[in-house]
Design a protein around this ligand. Structure first.
Ligand SMILES: Cc1ncc(C[n+]2csc(CCOP(=O)(O)OP(=O)(O)O)c2C)c(N)n1
Ligand SMILES: [Mg+2]
Length: 548
C-alpha cells in the first residue's frame, strides 16, 4: 500500500462518489484507488473541463466536487476552471500530482501552490506518509466548510512511499454552519421594512444555499414585496406570484420598471453587484437598501447599503417575518391585481419584436422561445459566456436554481459545455441543455468527444453567428475593422456527428422539428448548429459596454 492509495481511499471515505479528471502518471494511482473505493470516474479531454465538470456537479448536488489532474501541464491546464470555481466559492477539491521537492530539474516542475493561490484557490499538500490522512481530511474540510476551491498537491515521492493500510479515516465533519442575526439588527431591519410601501426582495445564491426560498416568499407576502433573483439565484421563485425573474441586464422591461419603483430593496444573499443592479440603474434613487448575508465581507461590497444584517438568510427572513407579525404589520405593497397583470403580461416571451429571421438564419430570440416551448419543465440549462448568453437566460425558464448553471464568476468563454456535462451527470433525471456560442463551443470542442463517448442525453445548442459576437458588437459601433473576430462558418452538426452525437442544422423554425423528436426519445446527445441572425444585438450587452 502506498500513500497514493491512502489518498484515494481517504477521499472516498470522506464522501466522494464522483470524480472528473485527465489521468497521467502523477494521478493514476490515486484515481484508481478512488474508483476501487466506489467513486465513479469521468474522463474529460482537458483539465479545465474536468475541473468545471466537478464545479457544476458540486453546484447541482451541494456536495464537494472532486477533480484529478497530472502535475505540471495538467495543473496549468486546470487553472481557468480553478479560477472560476474559486471566485464562485464552489466547494471543490482538485487532487493534483506534483513534482518531488528535490526534483528541481524536472520538466514538470512549476510552482503549483503559487499558481493555485494566484487564482484564488487554496493550496494544500500531502506532506508525509504519517500525515497523509490528516492532510487530505484538512483539504476536504476546507473545501466543504469554507466553500473554497482547494488544490491538494501530491508530490510524487510522497505518493510512492509505502503506508500503513489500516490507518483510520476520520468521518467528514458536518456541523450546522447557520448563524443567527443579532436581535437589535433584526428589529432595525423590521423598522425599515415596516415603513416601506413598495418593497422588493432580490435573492442571490446565498439565499439558495441557505434554502431560504420559502422564508423569503412568506416575508414577501407579509410585506407586499415583488420577488426577483440575481442570475445565480435564477429559479428560486419559479412559479411564485409577484416573481419578476432575474434582476439585472436580463430583466424584462416590466421587471426593471417595478424594481426601479421599489422604495426598499432587501438583498437576500445577493451581493447587488453591477450585473444584478444593471450598473446601479435598477435601484431607484430614493430606495433604501437592506442586505442580509452570512458573510460579513459581502455586506456593502458592491454598493452602499442602509443596513447590513449578518446572518443566515433563511433564519433572518424567518425572524423578520416574526418581528413584523408581532407588530401586526401586513402591507399590500406591490401586490395588487394591477401589478399582477403587469407581471403576467410583461415577461420576455410576451415582448413583441420583429423577427429578424431570413430563412437562412434564425432569430436567436425565436430559437430560444421555441426551445422553451419544446422542453419539458424539468430541465437543466447551462450557459457559456458571450453575446448570445442573454437569449437563453431571458427566454428559457428553469424550474429551480440547480436547473441553471451559469459559470460567469471569471467571465471565461469555453466553460459552458463542461458545466453542462457535470450537471447532466449529477441530474440524469433531467434534460440538460448546453447553450453555447460558436467561439466558446470550439474552445471546448474536445469535450464533444466526452459527450458522444458517454452517450449523455445532452442537447448542445450552438448560437452560431460565425464570430466572437461580443467583440463584434463591442468594437463594430466604433467603426473598427472586424475581420480579426469573424470566422468562416463552422459546421457543428458535422462536428457533433463525428463525435457520436446526432447533428442538426437549424436555419428556420421548421428545422427544430428534429429537436422536438429528439426531446421525446433522448437516445443520446444531439448537437444543434443554430445559424443565428447576427444583426440582432442584445440590449444588455450594449448597456454593459456603455457602463464600462
Ligand atoms: C477564455 C476567454 N477568452 C476570451 C474572452 C473574451 N471574449 C468574451 S466573449 C468572446 C466571444 C465569444 O464568442 P462566442 O462564443 O461565439 O459567443 P458570441 O459572443 O458570438 O455570442 C470573447 C472572445 C473570454 N471572455 N474568455
Ligand atoms: Mg459567436
Amino acid at each position: 500500500m502506498t500513500v497514493a492509495e491512502t489518498v484515494g481511499r481517504t477521499v472516498a471515505a470522506l464522501g466522494c462518489r464522483q470524480v472528473f479528471g485527465v489521468v497521467g502518471s502523477g494521478n493514476f494511482v490515486v484515481t484508481r484507488a478512488l474508483v476501487e473505493r466506489g467513486a465513479a470516474f469521468l474522463a474529460a479531454r482537458h483539465e479545465t473541463a474536468a475541473v468545471t465538470m466537478a464545479d457544476a456537479w458540486a453546484r447541482v448536488t451541494g456536495e464537494v466536487g472532486v477533480a484529478t489532474v497530472h502535475q505540471g501541464p495538467g495543473f496549468t491546464n486546470a487553472l481557468t476552471g480553478l479560477a472560476e470555481a474559486a471566485k464562485a466559492r464552489t466547494p471543490l477539491l482538485v487532487l493534483a500530482g506534483d513534482t518531488s521537492a528535490a526534483a528541481v530539474r524536472s520538466n514538470f516542475r512549476v510552482d503549483q501552490a503559487a499558481m493555485a493561490a494566484a487564482v484564488g484557490a487554496v493550496p494544500e499538500r500531502v506532506y508525509t506518509p504519517a500525515t497523509a490522512v490528516d492532510d487530505v481530511a484538512r483539504a476536504y474540510r476546507r473545501a466543504a466548510l469554507e466553500r473554497r476551491a482547494v488544490a491538494l498537491m501530491l508530490p510524487l515521492d510522497v505518493q510512492a512511499a509505502s503506508d500503513d493500510p489500516d490507518r483510520e479515516v476520520p468521518p467528514a465533519p458536518a456541523p450546522d454552519t447557520r448563524t443567527r442575526p443579532a436581535a437589535e439588527v433584526v428589529e432595525a431591519a423590521a423598522d425599515l421594512l415596516a415603513s416601506a410601501r413598495r418593497p422588493a426582495i432580490v435573492a442571490g445564491r446565498g439565499a439558495v444555499l441557505a434554502g431560504a426560498g420559502g422564508a423569503l416568499e412568506e416575508l414577501g407576502e407579509l410585506t407586499g414585496a415583488v420577488l426577483a433573483t440575481s442570475a445565480l439565484g435564477n429559479g428560486l421563485f419559479a412559479g411564485q406570484p409577484y416573481s419578476l425573474g432575474i434582476s439585472g441586464g436580463f430583466a424584462s422591461p416590466v421587471a426593471a420598471a417595478l424594481l426601479r419603483e421599489a422604495d426598499l430593496v432587501l438583498a437576500a444573499g445577493a451581493s447587488l453587484n453591477t450585473w444584478t443592479t444593471r450598473h446601479g440603474a435598477l435601484v431607484g434613487p430614493g430606495a433604501r437598501v437592506v442586505q442580509i448575508d452570512c458573510d460579513i465581507d459581502a455586506i456593502g461590497a458592491h454598493r452602499p447599503v442602509d443596513l447590513g444584517v449578518v446572518g443566515d438568510v433563511a433564519e433572518t427572513a424567518a425572524e423578520l417575518t416574526a418581528a413584523l407579525r408581532a407588530r401586526g404589520h401586513a402591507e399590500t405593497g406591490f401586490r395588487t391585481p394591477e401589478v399582477a397583470d403587469r407581471i403576467a403580461a410583461g415577461g420576455w416571451r410576451h415582448q413583441p419584436y420583429d423577427d429578424a429571421g431570413t430563412g437562412e438564419r434564425i432569430d436567436p430570440r425565436t430559437l430560444s422561445i421555441e426551445l422553451h416551448r419544446m422542453l419539458p419543465p424539468e430541465r437543466l440549462l447551462a450557459i457559456d459566456s458571450g453575446h448570445f448568453m442573454g437569449w437563453p437566460a431571458m427566454y428559457i425558464d428553469v424550474p429551480d436554481p440547480p436547473g441553471f448553471m451559469f459559470t460567469q464568476a471569471f467571465q471565461s468563454i469555453g466553460l459552458g459545455l463542461a458545466s453542462a456535462i457535470g450537471a447532466a451527470v449529477a441530474r440524469p433525471d433531467r434534460v440538460t441543455i448546453a447553450a453555447l456560442g460558436d467561439g466558446g463551443a470550439l474552445m471546448a470542442a474536445g469535450e464533444l468527444d466526452t459527450v458522444g463517448r458517454l452517450g449523455l442525453p445532452l442537447l448542445v445548442v450552438v448560437y452560431n453567428d460565425a464570430a466572437y459576437g461580443a467583440e463584434v458588437h463591442h468594437f463594430g459601433p466604433h467603426g473598427e475593422p472586424l475581420d480579426i473576430v469573424r470566422f468562416p462558418d463552422s459546421d457543428f452538426a458535422a462536428l457533433g456527428r463525428a463525435a457520436g452525437a446526432e447533428g442538426v442544422t437549424v436555419r428556420r423554425v421548421e428545422d427544430l422539428a428534429a429537436v422536438e423528436r429528439w426531446i421525446e426519445a433522448r437516445p443520446g446527445p444531439m448537437v444543434v448548429d443554430a445559424k443565428v441572425e447576427p444583426s440582432v444585438v442584445a440590449e444588455w450587452l450594449s448597456e454593459a459596454f456603455r457602463a464600462h
